[in-house]
Ligand binder design. Sequence first.
Ligand code: NAP
Length: 487
Amino acid sequence: MFLVQDNQLPKVETRLFINGEWTTGGLDQTKEVINPATKEVVAKVSQAGEEETKQAIQAAKEAFPKWRALELKERVSILRKISQLIEEKADDLAKIMTLEQGKPLKEAKEEVLSGVETFLFAAEEARRLYGERIPAPNNHNYIVKKEPIGVVAAITPWNFPSGMVTRKLSPALAAGNTVVLKPSSDTPLSAIAFFEIAKKAGVPDGVVNLVMGDSTVIGETLTASDDVRKLTFTGSTAVGKLLFNQSGDTLKKISFELGGHAPFIVFDDADLEEAASYLIAAKFNNNGQVCIAPNRIFVDKRVKDEFTNLVLEKVKGLKVGNGLGNVDIGPLIREDAIGKIESQLADAEEKGADILIGGNRLRGGEYDKGYYFEPTILDQVTQKMNIFYEETFGPVIPLISFKTEEEAVKMANDCEFGLASYFFTKDIRRVEEVSDQLEYGMVGVNEIAISNAETPFGGVKHSGFGRENGHYGLEEYTQVKFVNVRY
Ligand code: NAP
C-alpha cells in the first residue's frame, strides 16, 4: 500500500526546558507521544505539574529585565540565528512533525519553513517598533512608547505543532518579552525541537521555557499567576472561554485564535476549475484539521452540477496514507476525531444529505494501524444539519446550493465563528460588496493563501480576538506608555 522506508525519529530531547536547562522535573512522570499513522509510541516526554510551571514562570520573570534591556541589534541577531537554524534543520523538524502529527512530510516542511519567515519578519520588525511624538503645549514633550509586557504564557494546539509555536514566540521575543510555552500533549516534540534551536541560537537562560503536562493544572497555574501578564492561546473555542474566565482575576492582556467554520462561496461567474482546485488544496491540507479549512461550500445553483463534477474527479485522485510515504493526505490525529466525523455524517444523512464519495473509515492493511478516513463529499447540506454549524475537523466537503448573492452571504454569516472566509467571482462590484458583508476576520477572494508572515491573521465573534503575524501581531506583545515631559 504506502511504502515507508524509514520511520526513525530524528534525535530530539524529551524533557522540560526551564531556565536554560533540560529537566525531567520533580514529578518523575512521562507521557507517550503516539504516531497517528501507526499508533506506535514515538517517544515519552517529561511531565510538569504546578511546581515546574511556577519555576518556569519565575525563570521568565527573572530573565525579563535583561532580555528587555538587551541591545536591539543583539536581540535581532538571535532572532535571525533562530531563523537560520530552523532552515538548516528543516528536514529533521518536518520528520519529527509527521511522526507525531501525521501530516504529509511536504506539508510538515512547509509549516517548518513558515517559522523561518516569521522569525525573520520579527527580527526585521523589532527595529520598527516605533512609538510616537504627539504635538504638545509649549515646554512639553508628549512621547508614546511601545514597551514589552513581561512574562507571556503561550498555549498551542496539535494541528500546527511548529507553526503555532514560531508564530507566537517570534513576536513575543522580538518585542522584548519572555515566555512560558505549553504545547499540546499530542505533539510536544516539535516544540521541544524548537527549544533546542533557541538554546543553540543563544537565547539567554530563562527567556524561553517549556512545560508539558496536565493541561488543566498548567493552565490554572499560568492563568492564576500575577507574574504572567499576557496569555496567547490557539485552540478550541471551548478551552478559550475557560482560559478567558480563569484569567479574569489577574486581568491579563489576551489574544485568542479559536475555532473556525469557513464558508467558501462559488458564484456563477467564477473560474470553476480554479475554484475547485483551490477548494481541494485548502480543504485537504492537514486532512481538514485546520481552523481556516473551508467547511461549508456554497455554490450557485446554476453552476452546481458542473462544479460538483470537477471536485468529485479531483477527490477521486487523492491518495491517503502514512505521511512519510508519497501521499496527499495523512491520518487524523486520534480515534475521537473519526468519531466526530462519523456522527456529523450520520446526522446529515438522516436529515437528507447524500454522500457522493467517501464517508467511511479506511480499513485493511496499513489503514488498520492508524486513524484513516476517506476524503468525502456530502451533497444537499442544509441549515438543519449539525455539520452546518459545528466545526468539521476532517476531510469532508459539505455542498450547499444558493440562488442569490444575498442568500449566499446570509447563510455564510449564519455561524458563531468568524475566522476565515473565501469566495470566487470575476465581478468587481461583488468583490467589494461581499468582502465587506462577510463577518470574518479574513477573506480570500479568488485565493486561499490568507496566512502570511506580513498579514494579520485572526478572527471575530467566537473565533477570538487579537491578531498574529504582521506588525499587528507584534503589537499584541507590547503595551503603550505615555510620557509627558515638561522642560
Ligand atoms: P484544544 O483542545 O483547545 O487544545 C489546545 C491547547 O490547549 C492544547 O495545548 C491543550 O493541551 C490545551 N488545553 C486543553 N485544555 C486546557 C485547559 N483546561 N487549560 C489550559 N490548556 C488547555 O484544541 P486542539 O484540539 O488542540 O486544537 C484544535 C482547535 O484549535 C480547533 O478548534 C481549531 O480551530 C483551533 N485552531 C485555531 C487556530 C486559529 O488560528 N484560530 C489555529 C489552529 C487551531 P492538551 O493537548 O495537553 O490537552
